[in-house]
Design a protein around this ligand. Structure first.
Ligand SMILES: [Zn+2]
Ligand SMILES: [Zn+2]
Length: 363
């Protein structure tokens, strides 16, 4: 790609764009006079096609992550088309093929510093100095977004524009399963049937789980999990969760418990559902302090680990989608136009009945 041509691509763009921005905590608005982001020599300028709304976005909007600046353009689950290529961009993660204008891509939204102890050990999702698309850096709910080229992946033919927005959450679900050290035949209890919980059900099945049990209070989410292949579902409001799990696991508890909600009521249950010698994964963000009885952890030598975001799982997520092993769109509630994105964020925050909402950008 001729760098001069690249520069022209950028300057031919309008000077202003529309973006959904967090203005103050709890308040987002669709602004039309936002400057188009600059892109440096190793960056790509992208035109987003679809952007997912996830719990993290709601957390960013309503509670904040501590060090963001306002106004902040939100959004980090994105499929996009490349419209500008920095002069020094020659390759990208996972392939040696050059990226070019017109390629469809998705973005690994976590931008690690590359210099700290966890980064140097390859554990980039633990970087204390990370930046993050749509959280600390300008995000994808916009007509254009600039990203470091090495954090992008070209979408395979078999992954649609819409499915491309699910690669990031699916990668998180794969990380949950990686952290669980699931072995073929293991029994797995998943707490929470939101879209990430439904993906975790599917990844557990694709990884050879012998029994997958989902606990979820919303009936339609339980039904969806059964449709996706879960072996049993539990309504934790009207059934005794601990007794039901014991019944379903020959009285000993599950090999693995994965908590995908992050609220004290579910986090504190994990140790009552896992068998002695089993493993619990805290995958939901525990934003409030949790009181727990650790006695079962101690006498059962239970391993309790956490799973935070994603690192290195994107290529595997794309393969699972491409080869039909996971149906990422199963938990999709509906696609909303960009002009209604602000309302969609509010709707997602207010109702835990609805599934995933995805924003469609303007053509
Ligand atoms: Zn997300
Ligand atoms: Zn780092």
């Amino acid at each position: 790609m001729n760098p001069i041509e690249n520069k022209r691509t950028a300057t031919e763009l309008k000077s202003k764009m529309s973006a959904i921005q967090k203005m103050v905590p709890g308040n987002a608005s669709l602004n039309h006079e936002v400057a188009i982001p600059e892109f440096g020599p190793t960056d790509l300028l992208l035109k987003p096609l679809y952007s997912g709304i996830c719990t993290t976005d709601l957390h960013v909007l309503y509670h904040g992550m501590g060090r963001e600046e306002f106004p902040l353009t939100m959004g980090h689950e994105v499929s996009a088309v490349v419209v500008g290529v920095g002069e020094q961009v020659d390759s990208y993660v996972g392939t040696n093929r050059k990226i070019k204008v017109g390629d469809r891509v998705t973005v690994e939204p976590l931008f690690p510093c590359g210099k700290c102890d966890p980064c140097l050990k390859g554990r980039i999702n633990l970087c204390p100095d990370m930046s993050h698309l749509g959280i600390f850096d300008e995000g994808a709910y916009a007509d254009y977004v600039s990203v470091p080229s090495h954090r992008t992946h070209r979408l395979p033919e078999g992954v649609s524009d819409l499915a491309g927005t699910f690669i990031e959450p699916l990668s998180c679900a794969i990380n949950f399963i990686d952290r669980s050290q699931l072995k073929p035949g293991n029994s797995v209890v998943i707490l929470g049937g939101g879209s990430i919980g439904q993906m975790t059900v599917q990844v557990a099945l694709a990884s050879g789980a012998g029994q997958v049990i989902l606990s979820e209070p919303v009936a339609k989410k339980r039904e969806l999990a059964l449709k996706l292949g879960a072996h049993a579902v539990i309504d934790p409001i009207n059934e005794n969760l601990v007794e039901r799990v014991k019944e379903l696991t020959d009285g000993i508890g599950a090999s693995i418990v994965i908590e995908c909600v992050g609220v004290p009521a579910t986090v504190s249950q994990m140790l009552n559902l896992v068998k002695r010698g089993g493993r619990c994964v805290l995958a939901g963000a525990p934003v409030k302090p949790v009181e727990m009885n650790f006695l079962p952890l101690w006498y059962g030598e239970v391993e309790l680990v956490a799973a935070h975001a994603t690192a290195w799982q994107f290529p595997r997520a794309m393969k699972l989608i491409e080869n039909g092993l996971v149906d990422v769109e199963a938990a999709l509630e509906r696609v909303v136009p960009f002009s209604e994105g602000v309302n969609a964020l509010e709707e997602a925050y207010k109702s835990n009945e609805i599934g995933k909402l995805v924003i469609q950008h303007n053509g």
